[in-house]
Design a binder for this molecule. Structure first.
Ligand code: SF4
Length: 368
């Protein structure tokens, strides 16, 4: 029987083979009744294939399904709700999960359309999709990625796909780090399988794929996420805040040189990525309680302008986020409906990247 604080990492190129090998060895849920509901929660944040670095590999999930079906488990389901502004059904199609569902006869549950359960925990009210609360076991299958607000996104943040869009917005006004930690108190994760094949160490929505060639697995989500943060260069002193808050809620242990059981270590790759563009973000972007898709849109637009050599001609700051909703008129370029009282403003919720690029170019041409 395994203790909860073990970490398993296996390296290589072929997700399905590697995960089947790991699961065969580790034998999770060996005593679980074969008719019990097991939810697979990938990260399908938006309709982009896994090779972009944004979403969970369908190959990896097919290996997990085969493992459990070969042992007689009959009640698997894939559950997800994409981020604000994206249609989950489209993500299922585009990311290869509709095909997967047909092939293995595993239902897809769009949690955005699910019944809602209102839960109060740690004095915070949270709306959660009911189906995820009704499962016997939850296998959390995030992608190892960076995030513009939480630094790292892995299993703890992946559960944001278990709440409705309205609540996703609320998380940014209530405090994203604390809300993620609390959500993890409401929705337990029984096993984490991190897709560390192709991630994105710059943005959660992909576009800068980094081949890391590994699966990281463990029962303790705080341990897994803090270990993954170390892989991305964070130390015990500067770990992402949502992970620290989750550990303070006793949801797991922070990684502290725990033993890591490695397989196929000869295939281990060095994780390399371009530098995070934080410096230029701070200079041009004044984000205040912005939802992730909104912030990501603007960051992408800024990178486009940078690549085209236009960014330095932008003279006014860009403002976005729910924090600007109740402020009186303010100076700058407001992006998104929340910043409509800025002296210049582009509507949208979230706004489209191409429209933001065009709007900012217009502002630059008109000298802001
Ligand atoms: S405009 Fe942006 S920050 Fe405001 S609610 Fe919409 S997505 Fe969130």
């Amino acid at each position: 029987m395994l203790r909860d604080n073990k970490l398993y990492v296996s390296y290589g190129e072929f997700p399905k083979e590697i995960i089947k090998d790991m699961l065969t060895e580790i034998k999770p849920f060996a005593n679980l009744g074969l008719d019990k509901r097991i939810a697979l929660k990938p990260n399908l944040v938006l309709p982009k294939i896994s090779e972009s670095g944004a979403t969970t590999s369908p190959e990896l999930v097919s290996g997990i399904i085969e493992h459990f079906q070969e042992r007689g488990f009959k009640n698997l389901a894939i559950m997800e709700s994409s981020w604000l502004g994206a249609r989950t059904e489209e993500s299922f199609d585009e990311c290869g999960f509709t095909k997967l569902s047909r092939k293995y006869n595993v239902p897809l549950i769009d949690l955005e359309k699910d019944r809602i359960k209102k839960v109060t925990v740690e004095k915070q009210k949270i709306d959660v999709a009911e189906s995820i609360l009704e499962v016997e076991k939850l296998i959390n299958i995030p992608v190892l990625k960076a995030h513009c607000q939480t630094q790292v996104t892995c299993s703890l943040k992946n559960l944001k796909g278990c709440i409705p869009d309205k609540e996703k917005r609320n998380f940014h006004t209530k405090g994203l780090d604390r809300s993620i930690a609390i959500l993890n108190k409401v929705v337990p994760t029984d096993l984490v399988i991190v897709d560390g094949f192709i991630g994105d160490l710059t943005f959660e929505e992909g576009g800068n794929p980094v081949n890391m060639g590994r699966i990281i697995m463990g029962y303790d989500r705080v341990l897994v996420d803090s270990y993954c943060s170390h892989l991305l260069g964070y130390t015990s002193e500067d770990l992402p805040e949502h992970i620290i808050k989750a550990s303070k809620l006793n949801l797991g242990d922070l990684y502290d040189n725990h033993k890591v059981f490695e397989k196929n270590a000869e295939d281990k790759k060095v994780i390399q990525s371009d530098e995070l563009p934080m410096e230029f973000l701070e200079k041009y972007l004044k984000s205040y309680k912005a939802c992730s898709p909104c912030e990501a849109t603007v960051v992408h637009a800024l990178m486009r302008l940078r690549d085209e050599g236009l960014l330095e001609r932008l003279e006014k700051p860009i403002l976005l986020g729910q924090g600007y909703q109740h402020l009186k008129e303010f100076y700058g370029i407001g992006i998104g409906k929340c910043a409509s009282r800025a002296s210049k403003h582009l509507p949208g919720c979230p706004p489209r990247t191409d429209l933001v690029v065009r709007y900012l170019k217009d502002q630059i041409e008109n000298k802001n």
